[in-house]
Design a protein around this ligand. Structure first.
Ligand SMILES: NC(=O)c1ccc[n+]([C@@H]2O[C@H](COP(=O)([O-])OP(=O)(O)OC[C@H]3O[C@@H](n4cnc5c(N)ncnc54)[C@H](OP(=O)(O)O)[C@@H]3O)[C@@H](O)[C@H]2O)c1
Length: 266
């Protein structure tokens, strides 16, 4: 077996369950990857890593809460001291925290109840969602960029796990299959956070273009995880395009937003 230094070192945030976990599993099927399985909870991360790799040689748990700068910094230090570099970063951690509020609004509308908006609660939901989905991904990327500079892989790669629901293009295209769902004015916090994440994807693609890094966004589609309350397709299917973007070579695209069927409009 090759040593860690011969392997492509990839960090996936929020990989103790759901799509991130399946991305780790998908990467295990590729030779020569060393997988840093990110989890904000150390015990959940250790359990998931052990499930995937009982030998502990290929899948390594790493604690990282993307809303906590000290936690991000500790993760950077762990990767630096153990591996000296990072080759691939998958910004997967994400939340949708407005399901309860949205369900209540629908119920109230049905019952003809005029609800007074709880502005403080709304502001907190925006803060919390943007902290994970937007600032969390940006700050994690900035924090790991110096280790990506030392990447032994050609090219270094960054993947942002976004969503079709963040696409302005699909939102306004009346001919798109997505239009009926996206034109429904639901989940403004989550959707706008993913639209912001898309702009970050383009930002980092441009910022790192001269270095030859591949920076792309991926749309998982509705996927049966805790996030979606079990609705949608298997997470293994949603991991396929993320794994493709995380493993591609110099001929791969950069600054694109795709699912497994190809390009998705921004
Ligand atoms: N499922 C879908 O239908 C769907 C569709 C489109 C896009 N997506 C996107 O796909 C990504 C993964 O979602 P999923 O469906 O796999 O959801 P999930 O099963 O709920 O997993 C989300 C992961 O993110 C982690 N996380 C949450 N807050 C975090 C934080 N502050 N720091 C670090 N990690 C944190 C969670 O940790 P804990 O286990 O500790 O909670 C969990 O590991 C998200 O970016 C989501 O927006 C999902």
């Amino acid at each position: 077996m090759s040593s860690t230094s011969d392997r492509t070192v990839v960090l996936i945030t929020g990989a103790n369950q759901g799509i991130g976990y399946e991305v780790a599993k998908g990467l295990l099927a590729h030779e020569n990857y060393h997988i840093l399985l990110g989890s904000r909870d150390a015990a959940r991360g250790a359990k998931a890593a052990e499930e995937l790799d009982p030998t502990g040689k290929i899948v390594e748990p790493i604690t990282i809460d993307v809303t906590d700068d000290a936690s991000i910094q500790q993760a950077v230090e762990q990767v630096e001291s153990k591996h000296g570099r990072l080759d691939v970063l998958v910004n997967n951690a994400g939340i949708n925290n407005e399901v309860e509020m949205y369900s209540r609004q629908i119920q109230n509308e049905k019952e003809g109840i005029q609800e007074k908006p709880d502005l403080a609660q709304l502001r907190q939901l925006y803060r919390d969602a943007y902290e994970v989905n937007v600032s969390g991904a940006a700050i994690t990327t900035e924090a790991f960029a110096p280790l990506l500079e030392k990447s032994a892989a050609t090219p270094a790669r960054i993947v942002f796990v976004s969503s079709h629901t963040g696409s302005l293009g699909l939102r306004i295209d009346k001919l798109s299959n997505w239009y009926p769902r996206l034109s429904n004015p639901s989940f403004p916090i989550y959707r706008s956070s993913k639209a912001a994440l898309n702009m970050l994807t383009l930002h980092y693609a441009a910022k790192f273009q001269a270095k030859g890094w591949k920076v792309n966004g991926s749309c998982p589609n509705l996927t049966a995880t805790n996030f979606s309350r079990g609705k949608g397709r298997p997470a293994s299917e949603s991991a396929v395009n993320i794994v493709r973007l995380a493993t591609m070579g110099v001929d791969g695209e950069s600054g694109e937003y795709t699912d497994e069927n190809g390009v998705v409009p921004w």
